[in-house]
Ligand binder design. Structure first.
Ligand code: HEM
Length: 162
């Protein structure tokens, strides 16, 4: 295991594997509310870049559902963070935001999708990651689509598993 690149020290609290402690909640005005479990994995190979995979599953059947993977970079000498994300739904995305302590607030900076992506199309995503004082990680995701303004879609908490 290589040492974490010093450029990423402000994000050292993310590195490792996180499992949802209780099922996450999914909502949106246009859908039936649902629950899901999710495993997050943040790793590095010594570059000033974190690698990540987010894998979500159906609570009962444990079937794979939503999956994302990508890279995280920080602008040197700043608290600016960029997520470079590919989602299995056919979306690719850049999210950028500011790191404040152990709280990371991100907004879509660029977004593209496959030509045959399911509708409605997502227009904007915002997410908040925060490490809570009790050691749990929390993710909240909101989105705007073709026919809905910015609304919460996901909320989930994770415990460190490795
Ligand atoms: C529905 C986007 C993450 C599960 C949707 C819809 C969109 C969307 C656009 C359709 C809303 C509508 O019909 O008005 C996203 C984005 C995500 C994300 C951008 C990540 C940033 C997840 C995750 C899960 C999930 C992690 C966990 C399983 C669902 C389910 C539905 C849904 C079950 C409703 C059924 C369906 O339309 O397939 N999502 N989603 N989503 N999402 Fe997500």
């Amino acid at each position: 295991q290589r040492e974490l690149n010093p450029a990423l020290l402000p994000l050292d609290w993310l590195v490792g594997t996180w499992e949802s402690d209780v099922p996450g909640k999914g909502v949106f005005p246009t859908i039936t509310p649902f629950r899901y479990t999710e495993t997050l994995h943040f790793s590095h190979v010594g570059q000033p870049i974190l690698n990540f995979t987010f894998n979500a599953f159906h609570v009962e059947s444990k079937m794979p559902l939503h999956r994302e993977c990508g890279f995280i970079r920080m602008q040197p000498e700043t608290n600016k963070v960029a997520f470079i994300i590919a989602q299995n739904s056919g979306l690719v995305e850049i999210e950028e935001g500011e790191l404040k302590g152990q709280q990371l607030n991100l907004q879509t900076h660029a977004l593209a999708r496959i030509s045959f992506a399911k509708e409605p199309h997502v227009k904007q995503i915002s997410r908040l990651f925060q490490l809570r004082p009790d050691g749990k990680l929390e993710q909240t995701v909101s989105m705007a689509t073709d026919n809905q303004s910015m609304m919460q879609h996901l909320h989930i908490t994770y415990c460190r598993s490795a």
